[in-house]
Design a protein around this ligand. Structure first.
Ligand code: FES
Length: 529
């Protein structure tokens, strides 16, 4: 909490989320001046007309002027939203920048459904981000979308640190209150944006990983913090909206869909619905790459699912210059082939890489997809050996100043990719599968990762043409579930019965396969054809 009395000319502390950048400025400084230097854009030139500079005040105070009253709903203002171009520094401040949420993946898939009357809300409750959509259940049309960073992030970036805060720090109730309030406000925003403020909602479906399920539903998360990491109660959790402290007309039923076991939550169950894994004759797979990598393999005869602790590397955490996929992040690294003096085939030198920066501004860090690309490029150029060490014995490789890849970053990626690759291998062995005809990559990271780079580092050992970015399958599955809630045996219930959870941490072969998978594959040097 920020609590310091304001004195004139005293420098105030401003913390920006999600980058955690700390700035200082005297009271009276326009926020616009401060944020402009951080790469924040002001689309209408700071006139207070476009809402493009929205921020959310997490701690501290920012006055609401008339322009903000006209552009923001009363619910948005109550939940801390402001227009940065209209605010000045009044005291210490902690803010979340809406603009940096640009990479939150929503869903606009067209799908078949059985129409029903009313409005429905689907919510994908992620560890990092939240996405909610309001649907007209008669037409299947998405009427509004709301996204936000998970407000629990201030108590830990990943599920393990949040579990630590909940279990050892006694903060579970705090996390529960925070997330319920945030999702309630998100739903209000949806109604407001669709011009349906105060309208009745028929049903609300929420999906999320097992830890989010426990935090939202108020189930003791302690069993998830230690071996065998099994949920205390992973089933479907229904609530009346009023029981969650929400005041939605009609007091709709809110269903948090059931988990599949261990750390495999209803986001994966929804992903199975969205990708129709249970309708395939051939063996197929679904992977959600995150702090916990979730893997599903099988076909119409049944599915195996597992989770594996990949660590936070794919999300840019624990990486020396790691950051989320937002403005200033290097999201792609490509090798530029170099012609030899003769103008025929030639090899690339170590500095022949091109870095794409989100927002096209100056690089500030490296996000997960950029990290995978950078290591794949390093292997291709011979800068990185298959052991993961820099071939020349140096400790870092400058990609685009000031962003460099360090030896420790490579190590973190090796741990993450080995955990996923080992999980895939063991599930395939159990299914007696030599190959998969299709592999769906779920989630934001799966959407942005370069499939050739993923193969290049040995993360996904399948030809890129068989690997398909499936988008936000959790949100799509939650929307599909909205159309099958009226039957007693909703489709998600049927899916749950046909999926077997495998506890990889209890598999005696896991450690050996994991160690085997730590090395990178031998790369083929780039040449000009
Ligand atoms: S820049 Fe347009 S509202 Fe602030």
């Amino acid at each position: 909490m920020i609590e310091r009395p304001l004195t004139l000319n005293q420098s105030q502390r401003i913390i920006l989320w999600p980058t955690r950048v700390e700035l200082s400025a005297p009271a009276g400084t326009p926020l616009r001046d401060l944020l402009f230097d951080q790469g924040v854009e002001f689309p209408c030139g700071g006139q207070g007309r476009c809402r493009g500079c929205r921020i959310r005040v997490l701690n501290g105070k920012a006055e609401v002027n008339r322009a903000q009253q006209e552009r923001l709903s009363p619910e948005e203002i109550a939940s801390g939203w402001r227009l940065a171009c209209q605010c000045v520094v009044e005291g210490d401040l902690e803010i979340e920048l809406r603009q940096w949420d640009a990479a939150i993946l929503v869903d606009d898939t067209v799908f078949a459904f059985r129409p029903r009357q009313g409005l429905g809300v689907a919510v994908d409750l992620g560890t990092t981000t939240l996405v909610a959509q309001l649907l007209d259940l008669a037409t299947g049309r998405v009427l509004a979308v709301s996204t936000a960073l998970n407000a629990q992030a201030r108590y830990g970036a990943d599920v393990m640190s949040r579990l630590h805060f909940a279990v050892l720090g006694g903060g579970q109730h705090q996390l529960e209150t925070l997330i319920r309030q945030q999702i309630g406000a998100l739903i209000e925003q949806l109604l407001f944006s669709a011009g349906k403020h105060g309208a009745e909602i028929a049903d609300i479906v929420v999906v999320g990983n097992t830890v989010m399920h426990h935090f939202f539903c108020g189930i003791d998360a302690e069993p998830l913090a230690h071996y065998p990491f099994e949920p205390a109660e992973g089933g479907l959790q229904p609530f009346r909206s009023s029981a969650l402290g929400w005041k939605h007309a009609g007091d709709p039923l809110v269903r948090f869909l059931p988990c599949l076991g261990g750390f495999v939550g209803s986001d994966v169950l929804a992903g199975i619905l969205a990708t129709k894994l249970l309708e395939h004759d051939e063996l197929v797979g679904l992977i959600d790459l995150g702090t916990n990598g979730e893997i599903v393999i099988g076909n119409k005869d049944g599915l195996l699912c597992a989770s594996t602790a990949a660590g936070p590397a794919f999300e840019g955490a624990k990486i020396s210059m790691g950051m989320r996929a937002s403005t200033g992040a290097i999201s792609q690294v490509t090798v530029i082939p170099l012609l030899s003096e003769e103008g025929t085939k030639g090899w690339c030198s170590r500095d022949r890489v091109h870095c794409h920066v989100i927002g096209d501004g100056a690089p500030r860090g490296l996000c997960g997809s950029g990290l995978v690309d950078a290591v794949a490029a390093g292997l291709e150029l011979g800068v990185i050996a298959t052991s993961g060490r820099f071939s020349n014995g140096e400790s870092s490789w400058m990609l685009a100043p000031p962003v460099a890849l360090t030896q420790n970053d490579i190590r973190e990626l090796q741990l993450a990719k080995a955990a996923i690759a080992a999980g895939i291998k063991l599930l395939m062995q159990r299914k007696g599968a030599k190959e998969l005809t299709r592999l769906y990559l779920a989630g934001a990271f799966g959407n942005y990762i370069d499939r050739a780079s993923a193969q290049g580092i040995g993360l996904i050992d399948f030809p890129p043409e068989r690997v398909e970015a499936a988008g936000n399958t959790a949100l799509l599955g939650a929307k599909l579930a909205l159309f099958s809630l009226d039957s007693e045996d909703g489709s998600y219930v049927g899916v749950r019965r046909r999926v077997e959870h495998v506890a990889l941490n209890a598999d005696p072969n896991f450690q050996d396969v994991f160690v085997e998978e730590l090395a990178f594959p031998q790369a083929t040097p780039t040449s000009i054809n």
